[in-house]
Structures are given as C-alpha cells and as structure tokens.
Design a protein around this ligand. Structure first.
Ligand SMILES: Nc1nc2c(ncn2[C@@H]2O[C@H](COP(=O)(O)OP(=O)(O)O)[C@@H](O)[C@H]2O)c(=O)[nH]1
Ligand SMILES: [Mg+2]
Length: 210
C-alpha cells in the first residue's frame, strides 16, 4: 500500500462526539512512551504529523488521523505510568473499554509493547478485552533497534504468553523507527484487513446463520 495522503483530523475527548463516518479504524494502544506517535509519523512519511515525546500519561484524548481518505489511524491515550492516580487510571479504563466495545468501525488494534520490557498487567488487560469483544489485533514490539535478534525472539515468546486466542492475534511485528523494520509488515496487515481477508476466518460455524 502506498500512502498518498495523511492528515490529522481531530482530537476526541468525549465518545459521544466520535466521527460519524463508516471508515475502518486501526487503533494504537500501549503505555505512554511506547512509540505510538512515532509509528504514525513513520507509517505516514511525515515527521511531525503526531507529536512525539509529549508528557507521559497526560494525553487523555483519542487522536484521529485520516489516511488516503480511506481509513483512520486512531491514537488512544497511553496507559500512563504506575504513579498516575487511581482515579485517572479508572478514567482511562472506562474511555478505552467503552470505545473498544462500542465502536463498530474498529477494524484492527495494534497492541504496542516496548520490546525491551515484558508485557505489563495493562497490556494483558487490553488483550483480554480485545479477545472478549472479538476484535482482531496484532502485537507490535517497538524500538527493535535497541535489542538483539536473540532477545527479540524471547520477547515475542513472552508476548505470546498473554495471547489466549491465536485466531484473533494476527501477527507479532518487531518495529523500529530507526531501521524501519516492520513498516512493510504493518502496511500489509492494514491492506489485508481493509480487503476483508480476515472476515471469513477458519471458524465458520456461525457464518451460515439465517
Ligand atoms: N530508538 C528508538 N526510539 C524510539 C522508537 N520509537 C519511538 N522512540 C522514542 O521513544 C520516545 C517516545 O515516543 P512517542 O512516539 O512519543 O511515544 P508515545 O507516547 O507512545 O506516543 C521518543 O523519544 C521517541 O523518539 C524506535 O523505534 N527506536
Ligand atoms: Mg504519543
């Protein structure tokens, strides 16, 4: 897939004001600082489309980016750090779970995990929500330039431990904004998802309902 246009559309603070479009949404989730904004800029070939390195845990909005006038990339608020007060964390949970569970436009979620670290409880919680609501997702292991191939193998294995439904987890993709590793894989995944290649999955038991 070639990116012909990429533009920031809006920030959403209240789910009642989500865009009324029917376009597919590809959603980025992960803790603050994992590299969500950086991934958007690399995918879109624009250095400053998304703000990199904003104050961790302070982003409370969903940011909408329109790509090729065909689909959205949605940057969800980061999980924040442990020191974030429980009240704010509860607000984050409600916002993210409400969005994930209600938004029919969500095509696929990219669960982003810093490859240097093991998945956290919040990554695990995120994956369990996605599986509960049967939303396809992929795990992106970010900052792959900072670790060896060997260590990456181990981290992919560790990430696979939080996955319970292999049909929903479409891929594990090491990614780096320095080497561009993983960029093509992510684009191909988006392409496949837009072409509905995942809609008739192997479990076709309820596809003949009438
Ligand atoms: N070495 C390296 N640094 C990265 C990579 N991706 C992001 N970073 C850095 O990590 C920091 C946080 O990135 P950002 O995109 O703002 O994370 P966000 O909070 O998830 O949106 C920034 O200083 C980035 O330059 C990567 O692939 N490799
Ligand atoms: Mg960001």
């Amino acid at each position: 897939m070639k990116i012909n246009s990429a533009e920031f559309i809006e920030s959403i603070y209240d789910l009642r004001t989500l865009p009324k479009s029917v376009l597919s949404e590809f959603v980025l989730v992960g803790r603050s600082n994992v590299g969500k904004s950086s991934l958007i800029n690399v995918i879109c070939n624009k250095k400053k489309l998304a703000k990199v390195g904003s104050i961790p845990g302070k982003t409370r909005q969903l940011n909408y980016f329109l790509i090729n006038k065909e689909f959205y990339i949605v940057d969800l608020p980061g999980y924040g750090y442990a020191k974030v007060p429980e009240q704010i964390r509860a607000g984050w949970r409600k916002l993210v779970e409400d969005y994930i569970s209600d938004r029919a436009n969500v095509n696929m979620v990219f669960v982003m995990i810093d490859a240097r670290h093991d998945p956290t409880y919040l990554d695990e919680l995120m994956v369990s929500w996605l599986e509960y609501y049967e939303i396809p997702y992929a795990i992106i292991l970010t900052k792959s330039d900072k670790i060896s191939k060997n260590k990456m193998e181990k981290q992919i294995y560790r990430a696979s431990k939080i996955v319970n439904n292999d049909d929903l987890c479409k891929d594990y993709i090491p990614f780096s904004i320095i080497t561009n590793e993983g960029k093509d894989e992510i684009m191909n995944l988006i392409d496949s998802a837009l072409n509905n290649e995942f809609s008739n999955s192997s479990s076709d038991e309820d596809s003949d309902e009438d």
